[in-house]
Design a protein around this ligand. Structure first.
Ligand SMILES: [Mn+2]
Length: 265
């Protein structure tokens, strides 16, 4: 099989959602082999299932493929996301070669330690910072106005002006300036923990780049894209576009990719 990798990382399959490209996922799993298979969250979309969307045989086929790999000895690691958060209750459990946990540290063939996590926790953090920034901006405004009012009163009684807002502004700016984006939050945490990279999903934006030698790898998704992060036998990471790969390998059906509705990340 030409598509043999040391590790495969996929996320955001959103099985159960109408927009899930389950057929392509099944095809991808069927045509690839690996020692490690990481399911990086939002594999099953419990939200849409709750709203009456249908689970079909196409979705079952993907689960069957994954369990088949597990039975064949592939080490499967599953880190649930926000759409399959019910499974977070299983964090810390093992079923045969399948392990479920909040995050994993994957060691690559060349000894790099990579954090594997869906990423929704970091998203919450970054949205909180955004909200915090907005609240801070308002508080600062109030303080400035209060400071001005104090000085007006002090001027009236010919007293020295006071300035308590500048110092506060500096402190608040430090908090507000904190990096707020998802990617930066993940990279910051990865660097703080002394790890060599992070593999995540969640935002449906396939990506692979290095910041000062630290890898940011986003698996993308199987709704708007058909992408995965793969680790080659020498430890090298690659962002794989399954559609391109099929064309390269001459797998039939490569040209048929219909646009589908987009669920939330
Ligand atoms: Mn998600």
């Amino acid at each position: 099989m030409p598509n043999r990798y040391r590790s495969i990382f996929v996320s955001d399959l959103h099985l159960g959602a109408t927009g899930s490209r389950a057929e392509q996922v099944a095809e991808f799993l069927q045509n690839t082999e690996s020692e490690y298979l990481y399911l990086v969250g939002d594999v099953i979309d419990q939200w849409v299932l709750r709203h009456g969307e249908r689970w079909t045989h196409r979705h079952t086929e993907v689960i069957r493929q994954i369990l088949g790999k597990e039975q064949a000895g592939v080490k499967v690691f599953y880190t649930p996301g926000n759409h399959d958060e019910a499974l977070k209750q299983m964090n810390g459990t093992s079923l045969g070669h399948l392990r479920v946990d909040r995050e994993f540290i994957h060691e690559t063939a060349d000894g790099k330690r990579i954090l594997v996590t869906h990423g929704d926790e970091f998203d919450r953090l970054s949205t909180q910072y955004k909200r915090l920034a907005w609240v801070m901006a308002n508080i600062y405004d109030e303080i400035t106005r209060f400071n001005q009012r104090c000085n007006e009163l002090l001027a009236r009684i010919s007293r020295r002006q006071v300035d308590f807002s500048t110092g506060l502004k500096k402190k608040l700016k430090k908090v507000v300036k904190r990096k707020t984006s998802f990617e930066n939050a993940l990279l910051e945490s990865t660097i703080e923990r002394g790890l060599d990279g992070v593999v995540c999903g969640h935002i449906h934006t396939p990506s692979l780049y290095y910041l000062e030698g630290v890898a940011y790898a986003n698996c993308g998704d199987w709704v708007e894209h058909a992408t995965a992060i793969v680790e080659h036998w020498d430890g090298r990471l690659e962002l794989l576009d399954w559609h391109d790969q099929m064309i390269r390998l001459g797998i039939p059906g490569a040209a048929v990719v219909e646009p589908l509705p987009k669920p939330q990340s």
